[in-house]
Write a new protein. Structure first.
Ligand SMILES: [Zn+2]
Length: 82
């Protein structure tokens, strides 16, 4: 059985990952959604980190899911820490 990533819609290999707290199309993804390893590393983990640090929180999550400049945005945002 293959599932689609809730974020980038590629096919997920393996079990997938919990995409929370990502917001896609103004809908909060839930634990019932799955995301691929790529999105987990490049979007979900930085977003989760930002939320836990209370840095930009929701705003950043929306930015991360809104376009192709994911890596650029996330590295820039992470570099702003401290
Ligand atoms: Zn994905």
């Amino acid at each position: 059985m293959s599932k689609k990533c809730s974020i980038c819609e590629s096919e997920i290999k393996g079990f997938g990952n919990n995409p929370q707290p990502i917001i896609k199309d103004n809908k909060k993804l839930t634990v019932n959604d799955r995301c691929c390893d790529d999105c987990n590393l490049s979007i979900v983990l930085p977003a989760r980190y930002a939320v836990s640090e209370n840095v930009f929180a929701q705003k950043m999550v929306n930015v991360l899911t809104s376009g192709k400049r994911i890596n650029e945005v996330s590295s820039k945002t992470l570099n702003q820490r401290g």
